[in-house]
Design a protein around this ligand. Structure first.
Ligand code: SPV
Ligand code: MG
Length: 431
């Protein structure tokens, strides 16, 4: 009997999936693949069911003869093992980045003369509704909040992009590229104090207060599902920090990063060009511990950011602080540097990893931007934050448009560089 393979990455079986199975059974014995958690994440899908539950859901479909786990987004490996006569899929992957997966399937099937069957993707109101409900569910605080811890287990490095508005949130949420035969996307969002302040035309000195920052958090939460890491500046007074931890946790934020500075905070990238004071180890540890005592779930993370390298206090000071902050309860350590090369970050990470193999490490390669994710990962970094690149790309583009209009006294000359109106009006999902 011929075999037909179909892979699923879903938490519900709807009409569209059943259409695929109904068609598949006409060709032979149906083997259903269930995409692993690790692969789901790469595919921009988050599940609220466990792998076992998803497997069971497919096993309950009478036409399905066998269910197996597909560990990679690309089908190549599983197809080589199964050598099915047919693979069946909806026709929604002919265009866009998912095309890479389709090409991978076609090339693999060629190896033994297998065939790809494509059926029209079912996209009626009911299916659209089910998709929307599932997506909204994954955005609920109880699911979103714990996703950062999950990603730390599933991803070799958690790729985090700066966001400061609903629109930038959508870019972090939806940008998907096919690169070297792989699908890639950002895993999490960094709500930068620098970019949140800059978007409001204000300096990055904790002038934009927590109420305003929370407003930005909410704008982003409303239109995205990925986990948020909030730049919590210094965390402010301990007495205020504990309230903010609870609020963030309740909203579904996954982590706050607080830096060990005190007094009037200035942006770290100024380094020693401006006056900045590092907090004492004891006081900062007390802030971390108070925050940890205040939180009400196991999910939320308080990550301690060490400014010793920024303030030229040396690696020894940074390592001493890292140990103390972890002992005080910090769920992760962010090491910041404004050097052009990553050497001091590597040295810190290597030495930290000699004594602590598990506490997550966070790096922000703004000034040492030539470093690759793989290099960071090889030195034990778990989260990479691209902290301000969206803001820095948008600002010159907008400025150039403004200058062009002023220069020509009309908009025509600016038009070539602009997104078409038809695209901008469909950029936002409608409910
Ligand atoms: C931010 O993005 O606001 C940060 C990182 O705190 S940095 O600007 O490099 O200090
Ligand atoms: Mg900041």
């Amino acid at each position: 009997m011929k075999t037909v393979y179909a892979c699923f990455c879903t938490d519900v079986i709807h009409e569209g999936h059943l259409n695929i199975i109904k068609e598949a059974v006409k060709y032979g014995k149906v083997i259903a693949g269930v995409l692993s958690d690790k692969a789901m994440v790469r595919y921009n899908r988050c599940s609220i069911l466990s792998l076992e539950e998803r497997k069971q859901m497919l096993e309950e479909i009478p036409e399905v003869s066998e269910v197996i786990v597909q560990n990679e987004v690309m089908y190549e490996k599983i197809l080589r093992e199964l050598k099915p006569d047919y693979v069946i899929h909806g026709d929604n992957w002919i265009e866009g980045p998912l095309r890479t997966i389709r090409e991978n399937v076609i090339a693999s099937l060629r190896g033994w003369g297998g065939r790809l069957i494509e059926i029209p993707y079912t996209y009626n109101e009911k299916v659209r509704n089910i998709d929307a409900v599932m997506k909204e569910k994954t955005a609920m605080p109880e699911y979103r909040r714990k996703r950062l811890r999950l990603l730390l287990e599933l991803c070799p490095i958690v790729k985090t992009l700066e966001v400061h508005s609903g629109l930038t949130g959508l870019i972090a949420e939806k940008t998907l590229v096919a690169n070297n035969g792989e699908i890639d996307q950002f895993d999490a969002m960094w709500l930068s104090s620098l970019c949140d302040s800059t978007a409001k035309g204000k300096p990055d000195i904790e002038l934009v207060d927590m109420s305003s920052r929370l407003r930005t958090v909410d704008d982003i939460l409303e239109v995205t599902t990925k986990p948020i890491i909030l730049d919590g500046d210094t965390g402010g007074l301990v007495e205020h920090f504990v309230y903010n931890v609870r609020t963030l946790e309740r909203m579904g934020v996954s982590a706050v990063i607080i830096e060990d500075k005190t007094g009037l905070k200035k942006n770290s990238l100024f380094g020693t060009d401006v006056e900045q004071t590092q907090d004492s180890i004891e006081r900062f540890c007390e802030k971390i511990s108070a925050g940890k005592r205040a939180q009400r779930t196991e999910d939320f993370m308080i990550i301690a950011r060490i400014e010793s390298l920024i303030l030229e206090k040396g690696i020894e000071d940074a390592l001493e602080r890292a140990k103390a902050y972890v002992d005080a309860g910090a769920d992760g350590i962010m090491i910041h540097s404004r050097k052009k090369e990553p050497d001091e970050v590597f040295e810190f990470c290597d030495r930290f990893r000699m004594v602590d193999g598990k506490t997550p490490l966070v790096a922000v390669p703004t000034s040492y931007h030539s470093v690759t994710e793989e290099e960071l990962q090889n030195h034990g970094v778990n989260i990479v934050i691209y902290a301000n690149q969206l803001t820095r790309s948008a600002f010159p583009a907008m400025q150039e448009t403004a200058e062009t209009i002023l220069k020509y006294h009309r908009a025509k000359e600016a038009e070539d560089r602009l997104m078409p109106i038809s695209d901008i009006i469909t950029l936002i999902d409608e409910v």
